[in-house]
Unconditional design. Structure first.
Lengths: 268, 453
């Protein structure tokens, strides 16, 4: 009797402890990951006509999922959707030029950064704009949903003339048509646009605002975030990061003199 | 538990013979005692393993790798300082060069230590090797920049182009390649501690429950044995078995108590000690590179905007106010509202925390002066601010951080020592308890069995 009781007690204790372990769900517990990638940025995250996704971010996402031993499917997201798809569980990871900042960190856990990019300037071939200061008095695109143009005016205090456009395609057309003088945003986005365009647009390589692109996870998944960081370290140590950067941005005018594992944000 | 169950079977077959019955009950008792001690041994070695990883491996590694980051970051800041001083400030220039040398030696030592501590972790080892390679290259570039600067003999402020170009190569290597790797090593130690703690926070309490359950079963068996003997042989007391029962009860109580102490020690070491030590080590690292960014802002006119932005970005990660540009941020820090986020957000409590915040305010105020002078085209004044008030304010802020970190380090060391001390006592006494209980059970049962010879 007593012995039966003992067995029951131990089993009960184990069951109770077992329940206590499964508080936060981790991406590590899943076999298949849904990864949010941009659908609108050539060479970065782009949905091609046959419905597949391609670009630097997409390849990074595939590499990380592979290192974690998971199968992967992609979900196309635009800038405004990135937090939402993590919050409502539609995506397990978001690899979509998702810049790490303190406001977003309230709602999103960031692994990485997997790449450091800079805010940069794209102009017509013959232009001499080399520096953010040279934008003074010039017309620049402001694309809906991006704060890049505002950062020039407010953060850097450069009196550029901001012209609004709904998306990059129309902004680029305006640049080529002479309606605006420059487009400014994340350098990989500009490099992708320039490469797709192919008409000899010029990237200034002004590198004036550092942008740390991180991999977004649901808040609280610390073990998942740490595992992603280890995968990113591997990606740089085995040379994949350099290959991918050259594959997607080679010949676009983007400088990559330094390809090294970025300083991680930390998962706690 | 299966052992107990299989032992139950022979009881039925040997029911009729008294010595057989005594043997069976004694066997069950000894088996349950063995289980108790196995549970104690497993529980305490699991706790010891946790204390070792957190207290002896990953904990010290955080300190070692954070030291590496600081030494490297400060080397680069000192080079930048020398370059902006130009021909002036002979005394400060010598100080900066001395400090560069001292930090170079410190970085060398820290690299060797990090290499040893990386053990058989392959990714970590590769990181340290890559740091060693890059470190040599950095030294060459830095000495080249210093030499060119010496030859140029320029007034305080930005040096000539060739100096800036060479320094840019050096600082890019340092900031973009070496420092991130050193920082990530520190984070990796944090990962090891977190994973170990999460595992132990589940297994140690579970093993403590196992100790209590097996202990109660063993006590039950000892009482059962005595009741049986008392009934059969009409003796009220078997002194040996009575002492064995009391010893078992003491071992049970003491053992589960030690495990509870170790649970608490692990929790305290992690939450009150390690987490803060790690956060403050990260803060010191980032703050040090902030003061480097101030010199680089003065030294490289072309990239001044970039360095101003990285300074703001790092400031925001240390003490976060919602501020879109540096001027707004300066204002917010001077305002001193307490609802800031960032790394220091949860850390700055108590007198020592207040002290850090006040020192940080002074440091940011000094930065405001430096930027005002630079933007007003007064390069001389800006360099004077960098060499004088900014350096003083930064040193005071850094010292306040160290004092705060030391208090957490002390809490961490105490918790680890308490946990290990409790385990040491348990392991010293456990063999005696096992021996004594074994002998006492034999002494209690043997004479009864002999009566049937």
């Amino acid at each position: 009797m007593r012995r039966t009781l003992a067995v029951v007690l131990v089993l009960a204790a184990m069951a109770a402890a077992g329940c206590g372990m499964g508080g936060q769900e981790s991406i590590l517990d899943k076999d298949r990951l849904v990864i949010g990638v941009r659908s609108d940025l050539p060479s970065v995250g782009f949905r091609s006509s046959d419905g597949t996704y391609e670009g630097f971010d997409v390849d990074v996402a595939r590499y990380v999922a592979g290192k974690l031993g998971k199968e992967v499917s992609f979900l196309g997201v635009l800038a405004a959707d990135r937090e939402k798809v993590l919050g409502d569980g539609r995506a397990d990871l978001v690899v979509a030029t998702f810049t790490i900042d303190q406001e977003r960190k309230k709602r999103v856990l960031f692994a990485g950064p997997y790449h450091i990019s800079y805010q940069d300037i794209l102009t017509r071939g013959g232009e001499t704009i080399d520096n953010v200061r040279d934008l003074k008095g010039r017309r620049i695109c402001e694309v809906t949903g991006s704060n890049a143009a505002q950062r020039v005016v407010e953060e850097r205090g450069v009196a550029a003339r901001v012209v609004p456009f709904p998306d990059y395609a129309r902004c680029l057309a305006a640049l080529k048509g002479g309606e605006v003088d420059a487009v400014t945003t994340n350098d990989v986005i500009l490099a992708g646009l320039a490469k797709q365009d192919g008409s000899g647009l010029r990237l200034a390589n002004a590198q004036f605002n550092e942008q740390r692109s991180g991999i977004g996870l649901a808040k609280g998944d610390v073990p998942g975030c740490e595992a992603v960081n280890r995968a990113i370290t591997d990606m740089y140590q085995d040379g994949t990061a350099g290959q991918l950067l050259r594959k997607w941005f080679g010949g676009s005018g983007l400088k990559f003199t330094t390809i090294a594992v970025p300083q991680f944000e930390g998962c706690s | 538990m299966t052992v107990v169950q299989t032992r139950a079977a022979p009881v039925a077959t040997a029911r009729r013979s008294v010595p057989g019955r005594i043997r069976v009950i004694s066997g069950v008792t000894v088996a349950s005692l063995a289980l108790l001690f196995v549970a104690l041994a497993v529980g305490s070695s699991s706790a010891r393993d946790g204390l070792r990883v957190i207290g002896r491996d990953a904990g010290p590694q955080v300190v070692a790798t954070a030291g590496l980051y600081l030494a490297l970051s400060d080397m680069d800041a000192q080079v930048a300082n020398v370059l902006v001083m130009g021909e002036e400030y002979p005394r400060e220039r010598v100080d900066a060069l001395d400090r560069y040398e001292a930090q170079r030696a410190a970085a060398n030592r820290a690299l060797l230590e990090a290499f040893e501590l990386s053990g058989d972790n392959r990714a970590e080892r590769r990181t340290v090797e890559s740091l060693l390679d890059g470190f040599g290259q950095y030294e060459r570039l830095a000495s080249q920049a210093l030499l060119l600067n010496e030859q140029a003999g320029h007034p305080p402020g930005p040096p000539p182009d060739n100096v800036v170009q060479t320094y840019r190569k050096a600082t890019d290597l340092m900031r973009l390649v070496l420092l991130p790797q050193a920082y990530n090593l520190t984070l990796e130690s944090g990962t090891i501690v977190r994973a170990t703690y999460d595992e132990k926070a589940v297994t140690v309490p579970l093993l403590r429950v196992a100790v209590v359950v097996t202990g109660l079963v063993a006590l039950g068996c000892l009482i059962w044995l005595q009741v049986y003997l008392a009934r059969r042989f009409r003796r009220v007391f078997g002194p040996a078995l009575l002492v064995a029962t009391v010893t078992t009860a003491v071992a049970l109580f003491f053992g589960s108590n030690v495990l509870a102490q170790d649970e608490a020690a692990l929790r305290t070491a992690k939450a009150a000690g390690f987490d803060s030590v790690l956060t403050l080590a990260k803060t010191r690292a980032i703050s040090n590179s902030m003061q480097g960014d101030q010199s680089r802002y003065l030294l490289d006119k072309e990239l001044a905007d970039t360095y101003e932005h990285t300074f703001l970005d790092k400031s925001l990660s240390v003490v976060y106010y919602n501020a879109g540009n540096l001027a707004t941020y300066h204002g917010a820090v001077a305002g001193g509202s307490k609802d800031y986020l960032g790394m220091l957000g949860p850390e700055l409590v108590g007198e020592r925390g207040e002290e850090v915040f006040r020192a940080y305010q002074k440091y940011q105020a000094a930065d405001r002066e430096l930027r005002a002078a630079a933007e007003g085209g007064r390069a001389n004044d800006a360099v004077a601010a960098r060499v004088g008030p900014v350096t003083t304010a930064f040193t005071l802020y850094d010292r306040a951080l160290v004092r705060l970190a030391d208090s957490h380090q002390a809490a961490f060391d105490r918790a680890i020592a308490t946990g290990e001390g409790a385990l040491d006592n348990l392991w010293r006494l456990l063999p005696y308890a096992i021996g004594a209980i074994g002998l006492l059970v034999i002494a209690g049962v043997w004479p009864r069995l002999k009566e049937y010879r």
